[in-house]
Design a protein around this ligand. Structure first.
Ligand code: FCB
Length: 452
């Protein structure tokens, strides 16, 4: 598949794309501005004990008001592309009720990017489901998938080919399993069977929206963004091998398998019949839509053993390098993930690294933020991407997470993932050392080589 940017795009070319990423709820703030309605994350934040320090989506980075300054920051960093998400609660006040002010905001943002020669890469759903849909069952209700396709149509008809890459969903693994099984993300349930049903409806939402999006923006690239956390065996016992395979079914293959092959990983629901979701005739064909790209989000690996009861246990690695959020740094796992995807799925479209980065205990000293661990993390992971390319994987871009420090879900504002430091009191932004380095690396021809 060729990697063509829309003919009418002022930033048309076929280079490897370098960018940075954000998501609406994590940066925008202004949660009541211009007709935005509540999302499940507003509700979740208001429930005691759900989010560290009782933090919520206000003020975040106040990006809703400071978007022009933030676009200038993108220019300063010299990125080719900016991946952001669109807030469903800003666009649809109720089923069928479009909020013009919300659409106008994203139109200004997209036009502002194009004016600066930066490609807009948009995700339609980065976890902020309107609360009015949750009140009718949220992702457990099949109707939510149809509602998503209607919302997608409204947005893509408006912004169309100006957005070079449209992604339906961000990390459905998190908005199903973390949200309905582990309970650490909104809406915060602990019912494994619900997680599988939510996951199925999320995939259905993707499948219903894709043709609508293609029709509305025929020149754009359309796909999805998934996260992958490969499992490594802690020892060589057969029980551990079984645990590793099970962990990879969920953390690597659960979403990509049905998208590519039209079926869930083999044998799973025979072993766990109580988790089988309701799947209507035709659903799997709808889910298996041709895609122009798959976005890969990668942060860490899991070291796995069995839990003695047929389940999976993650082992800590006390001697390994970790980030401030406690995730192990293991760049080789990124190469392995990319190569695994390439070898496992014959019809895999080109991949784009849509998120990669780390949380640091970053501080301003003499007006500067020297985030040495992040510089090293990014350099090693970019090298790991290049290694996967040398092994034959078709990778078309790399986006660092994140443009700037922001609201890190259940961790609130305690985890800083930005290339740009944000002082939440003053809303001052300071480009960290990592941001300066990324700017240099993006100019280097050796990284250009990676796309050859
Ligand atoms: C990913 C999310 C993103 C951000 C990073 C750290 O799972 O997509 O919003 O929180 O993790």
């Amino acid at each position: 598949m060729s990697f063509a940017v829309p003919a009418d795009s002022p930033v048309r070319d076929n280079r490897f794309i370098w960018g940075v990423a954000t998501a609406a709820f994590q940066i925008e703030g202004a949660i009541h501005a211009d007709g935005r309605v509540d999302s499940i994350w507003d509700t979740f934040c208001a429930e005691p004990g759900r989010v560290l320090n009782g933090d919520n989506g206000e003020p975040a980075c106040d990006h809703y008001h400071r978007w022009e300054q933030d676009l200038d920051l993108l220019s300063e960093l010299g990125v080719d592309a900016y991946r952001f998400s669109i807030a469903w609660p800003r666009i649809m006040r109720a089923p069928g009720e479009v909020n013009e002010a919300g659409l106008a905001f994203y139109e200004r943002l997209v036009d502002g990017l194009i004016d600066r020669g930066i490609r807009p890469v948009a995700t339609l759903y980065h976890w902020d489901l309107p609360q009015y849909l949750e009140d009718h069952g949220g992702w457990l209700n099949r109707e939510t998938a149809y509602e998503f396709a209607r919302y997608a149509q409204v947005v893509v008809e408006r912004l169309g080919n100006k957005v070079t890459h449209w992604a339906t969903l961000n990390e459905p693994l998190c908005s199903s399993f973390l949200s309905y099984e582990v309970g650490v993300h909104a809406p915060g349930y602990r019912e494994p069977a619900w997680a599988y049903q939510a996951a199925h409806h999320l995939l259905l939402a993707h499948g219903l929206a894709m043709p609508v999006m293609r029709a509305a923006a025929p020149e754009s690239q359309h796909g999805i963004v998934l996260n992958f956390t490969p499992a490594y065996a802690a020892d060589d016992r057969p029980e551990t091998q079984r645990a590793v395979q099970d962990a990879e079914v969920k953390d690597v293959h659960w979403f990509i398998a049905p998208l590519m092959q039209g079926e869930y990983p083999a044998g799973w629901f025979e072993r766990f019949p109580e988790w089988r979701p309701i799947i209507m005739p035709g659903d799997m064909d709808l889910i298996r839509q041709p895609m122009d790209f798959v976005g890969v989000n990668f942060y860490t690996r899991h070291l796995v053993t069995d839990d003695g009861a047929g389940g999976v246990k993650h082992l800590p690695q006390p001697d390994a390098e970790h980030t401030h959020i406690g995730w192990e740094v293991y760049p080789e796992a990124l190469t392995r993930t990319l190569v695994t995807l390439h070898r496992s799925y014959q019809n895999l479209p080109p991949l784009i690294i849509t998120e990669n980065g780390m949380a640091g205990d970053d501080h301003v000293v003499d007006g500067q933020v020297n985030d040495a661990q992040r510089v090293s993390y990014l350099e090693r992971h970019i090298t790991a991407v290049g290694e996967a390319m040398r092994q034959g994987v078709n990778i078309r871009g790399y986006f660092a997470w994140s443009l700037m420090d922001n609201f890190e879900w259940a961790f609130g504002y305690s985890q800083r993932f930005g290339l740009v430091y944000v002082d939440y009191e003053t809303q001052e932004r300071i480009v960290k050392r990592s941001g300066q380095m990324l700017k240099e690396w993006m100019k280097e021809p050796r990284l250009e080589l990676a796309s050859a």
